[in-house]
Each structure stands twice: as structure tokens, then as C-alpha cells.
Design a protein around this ligand. Structure first.
Ligand code: AMP
Ligand code: MN
Ligand code: MN
Length: 376
């Protein structure tokens, strides 16, 4: 189901050649999307409990008509799936939703219902009654420009989540932000269609690393069960996500593994921009490479560094639970979860590697390496 499908011919949505995303029709002025309550600059509200947060968000939705739904740059399964499900929820509530990301949707998520309706743009224009921003800790995290003009609703589940928006609902217990969208949909009395269930199941599957990471709880399986009963097909979704790998990714993995280093409780690996070019790799082919470092027996924390074309370094951090990598990433200007976090650092590669090892080494210094840990 595509939230954009019902747009009439001559829709006000206009994809500009310069990468701008323009919504030119005038909407009702509800005092939400105007400059007076501009983005993070206006009033900021959060509520002490989930019920009030959800009620406040539903109130914003009910009072508005047109919404922009977005998530972080380089969208992952949670970003894509939760955007799509939010678009479907808004559509069921009789609202118009534009789904926009700064970067293209990875191939493995392109089969998700409605994915073809997500637009790629660098800048957004109003008039939206509100922006629903999923799993971002700032407007910058979207890499979309033009958001300052809007009333922003921030829904997040990261441990480093911040109350930067006009309305904030951060639940750090959520296995995925899709889990929060599911609760919102239930509270709104929406029908969780098979299409919505498919998108939401994908958020849970991918953000828990296939029900392996520390955010996997009994309630996560309960959620997966409910979504399966609502029509998500676990086999098909797993095949799309885990068994549809591009061969370029395996070439890239080969390059990364040839740069794999291990020192006691730490392991790291990297790829250069040259490796990317030689493997004909796409951005999304880097997803999951860090797991080959953290999966080593005895390793407690792992880093994957990737040289971007502009020579900055994209860093992915993972932990098995004894090192809080979100705190480290936050110190360096990024964020994430205790067991999975990221940040972009200044290059060159060796400088970024030194910077992260200086942070990681003291974290594992006290951990004795046990017999059998060091097999390498
Ligand atoms: P990644 O290593 O890119 O898969 O990211 C791991 C986790 O950290 C994900 O939950 C990301 O949303 C989060 N994360 C990555 N980069 C940043 C950043 N610059 N700021 C905040 N969170 C981030
Ligand atoms: Mn994400
Ligand atoms: Mn997430």
C-alpha cells in the first residue's frame, strides 16, 4: 500500500531537478507548521508517560492535514519500515503524508509495500502541518534542509535520543522505532494491515539483528507474533533482508576482512574509498560488515571504519554488552544504542582509527583475556 498512491493527477508534489522536494499547495493554518513554532527553535514538550506522549502526538495528527515523514540519512530497515508504516497510519487517519529521505533506499528494502513512494531529496518545502521525524537526535541527522520551518514531532528509541523537537516521545526500551509506531497505530484504533505489519516486522527484525541484540526482550517476540498474525511473512521478509545480498557486497567484505585486526578484547576492520570503487560497492553494501569483527570469540567491542569519498570517516561501533559504545560515539559527536552506535569522524583513516582506539582501549583494559579467547 503506497501512501502516495491516492494523490490526484496534478498533485502538488513536485520533485525539482535540483534535488528539492516542494509541496506547493496551501494547507490550513493550524498554528502548528508556522514559523512562530519553528522546528526545534519553538516550544519543546515531552510527557512523563507513554500514554500522554501518544495522546499528544495523535492530537497533532488529528488537527493537521498534511505531514512530512522522515528519518535519518542512510536509512536502515527501521528508518524505512517505520516511515512506511507511519505513512500508512496517516493515510488511514485520512491525512496526506509525504515520505522523504536524503539518501536512496537500500535495495533490500525496496520491495517493502509503498517503498516506491519514498522520495529522495535534499530540501523540503511546506506547507506541512507537522513533520514526524523517526529515530533522529536532531534535525541535522536527517540531512534534509528546510526542516527548521516546521513543528517537529520526534519519535525515537536511541539511548542517546534527545528532546530537540517541539513534541518528543523517546522510549529507550523500544526494540525499534517501528515498535513505537505500532503502539501509536494501536492507540489510534488503526487496522494493522498486512502491508503495515510487513513494514513493522522488518523494523524489529533488522534493529534486533534477527532477534540477537540486547534490545530483544519477551515483548519483542510478542510484537513479532502480533505482526505475524496481522499478516507479516517472517520467511519472506528474512529472505529479502538476509538472503538477497549483492555480489558487490561480498567483494567488499573480502577487502574488509583482509584489513581485520584483533587486539585482546577489541577488533576492528576498515575499507578505503578505493576498496569501494574496486568492488563497485554501494553505500548499503557496508551494512553489517562490523558484525564480522564483533562476532569473534572473546571480542567485547568492535569498530568498522569506512572512508567516504570526501575523505571523512564513517565509524560503526558494536559491543557485546560490557562496553557502552553509545557513550563513546556521543563523546565523538555521534550516538546510537549501548551495543550499536555510530559517528562520522575527520580523516584520514589512520587518525580516525587512533581516535577510536584511544577511546576503546581503556574500556576493555580491566577485562582479563581468558583461555581460549585469543584463538585468532
Ligand atoms: P550503524 O553503525 O550506522 O549501523 O549505526 C548503529 C546505530 O547508531 C544505529 O542505531 C544508528 O541510528 C546510530 N547512529 C549511527 N550514527 C549516528 C550518529 N551520527 N548520530 C546518532 N546516532 C547514530
Ligand atoms: Mn536506524
Ligand atoms: Mn532504530
Amino acid at each position: 500500500m503506497n501512501p502516495m498512491e491516492d494523490k490526484p493527477a496534478g498533485s502538488p508534489i513536485d520533485r525539482k531537478p535540483g534535488g528539492e522536494f516542494n509541496h506547493t499547495a496551501a494547507g490550513p493554518d493550524l498554528g502548528l507548521g508556522s514559523a512562530q513554532t519553528a522546528g526545534a527553535a519553538g516550544s519543546r514538550r515531552s510527557f512523563p508517560n507513554q500514554g500522554e506522549s501518544i495522546a499528544a502526538i495523535l492530537d497533532v495528527i488529528r488537527r493537521g492535514e498534511r505531514f512530512l515523514v522522515c528519518s535519518h540519512s542512510r536509512p536502515d530497515g527501521d528508518a524505512v519500515g517505520s516511515m512506511l508504516a507511519t505513512g500508512m497510519l496517516l493515510q488511514q487517519m485520512g491525512k496526506r503524508a509525504d515520505l522523504v529521505t536524503a539518501d536512496r533506499i537500500p535495495n533490500i528494502y525496496r520491495e517493502l509495500p509503498g517503498a516506491e513512494g519514498i522520495r529522495c531529496a535534499m530540501r523540503v518545502h511546506g506547507p506541512y502541518d507537522a513533520v514526524i521525524m523517526l529515530e533522529c537526535d536532531s534535525l541535522d541527522r536527517t540531512r534534509l534542509r528546510g526542516l527548521e520551518a516546521f513543528f517537529v514531532v520526534n519519535i525515537d528509541h536511541h539511548s542517546t535520543g534527545r528532546e530537540f523537537a517541539n513534541l518528543n516521545w523517546i522510549d529507550r526500551e523500544g526494540a525499534s522505532v517501528g515498535e513505537l509506531v505500532y503502539r501509536l497505530a494501536k492507540a489510534a484504533g488503526a487496522t494493522v494491515t498486512p502491508e503495515m505489519a510487513t513494514c513493522l516486522y522488518t523494523t524489529v527484525l533488522t534493529d534486533t539483528g534477527g532477534f540477537c541484540y540486547g534490545n530483544t526482550q519477551a515483548s519483542t517476540f510478542e510484537l513479532a507474533r502480533e505482526l505475524t498474525l496481522a499478516g507479516a511473512d517472517p520467511l519472506r521478509i528474512a529472505q529479502e533482508v538476509y538472503f538477497s545480498t549483492a555480489s558487490s557486497k561480498l567483494l567488499l567484505l573480502g577487502a574488509a576482512l583482509s584489513n581485520l585486526k584483533r587486539d585482546g578484547r577489541l577488533a576492528w576492520l576498515w575499507i578505503t574509498h578505493q576498496d569501494m570503487v574496486r568492488s563497485c560497492a554501494a553505500e548499503e553494501d557496508c551494512e553489517g560488515i562490523v558484525n564480522y569483527a564483533i562476532c569473534i570469540a572473546g571480542v567485547e567491542a568492535a569498530a568498522f571504519l569506512r572512508e567516504l569519498p570526501e575523505r571523512t570517516i564513517r565509524l560503526s561501533l558494536r559491543s557485546k554488552g560490557r562496553v557502552d559504545v553509545a557513550a563513546i560515539a556521543a563523546r565523538l559527536g555521534g550516538g546510537g544504542h549501548e551495543n550499536a552506535a555510530g559517528v562520522t569522524l575527520e580523516g584520514p583513516l589512520h587518525r580516525a582509527l587512533d581516535e577510536i582506539l584511544v577511546e576503546l582501549r581503556p574500556q576493555v583494559a580491566e577485562m582479563a583475556v581468558e583461555p581460549g579467547d585469543g584463538r585468532s
